[in-house]
Design a binder for this molecule. Structure first.
Ligand SMILES: [Zn+2]
Length: 202
């Protein structure tokens, strides 16, 4: 039977990763499922290896399998190896930072078709307020395969709900055309009124 998809969307600091790990832990603890947590890495040289990822919200640490963001397909071998090792199916695959994953739609669909439940957490919009990677396309998979969509909530310092991730470079709002990687950049959740994007074309 195909798996179901749980999609966790939201801006920076909406506790997406904490919620992903909470759900993974509940499946382990109560449903006795084997849950594999995956995390994309920009390092495309090495193959997948186990890393320790810290959850800032007190759920402790969680082992995650790091994989190259450009090639999630590499993980399929690791899943097969794990199933050999534990002598049963990996019931659930949890993917963090889904916005960075190339082929996210096809990869998620493949996992669902291979009878894994899939959890994906990630940013819906980038700092320019443009859909980030393939995250929003996963809505279709929730419709087709079942599951649920959770909009993780963040707040602006003014108290309004924050739908945007404000990028700051040296404390100043980052221009629309700022480079992908800038040392010392930071992000904070902002409401529509306080979200600032200098040089926005439209
Ligand atoms: Zn605000």
């Amino acid at each position: 039977m195909p798996g179901k998809l749980e999609l966790l969307l939201g801006p920076m600091r909406s506790n997406k990763t904490a919620e992903l790990l909470r759900r993974a832990e509940m499946r382990r603890q109560y449903a006795k499922q084997y849950v594999m947590v995956l995390k994309p890495s920009d390092d495309t040289k090495g193959g997948p290896g186990m890393v320790e990822s810290r959850n800032p919200n007190g759920h402790g640490s969680c082992k995650a399998l790091e994989f190259p963001s450009l090639n999630p397909w590499e993980v399929l071998d690791a899943i097969a190896d794990k199933e050999q090792e534990i002598g049963k199916r990996v019931e659930c695959i949890a993917i963090d930072e889904g916005q960075f994953v190339t082929d996210l739609f096809l990869f998620s669909r493949h996992l669902l078709d291979s009878n894994h439940d899939v959890l994906v957490a990630g940013l819906d919009l980038d700092f320019r307020a443009i859909p980030f990677g393939e995250m929003l396309t996963l809505n279709w998979l929730v419709n087709a395969y079942g599951g649920n969509i959770t909009e993780c909530i963040a707040y602006c310092t003014c108290g309004q709900r924050a739908l945007y991730s404000q990028r700051l470079i040296d404390g100043q709002p980052a221009p629309y055309d700022s480079p992908i990687k800038v040392p010392g950049d930071a992000y904070e959740p902002r409401c529509a009124e306080h979200f600032v994007l200098p040089g926005k074309p439209h």
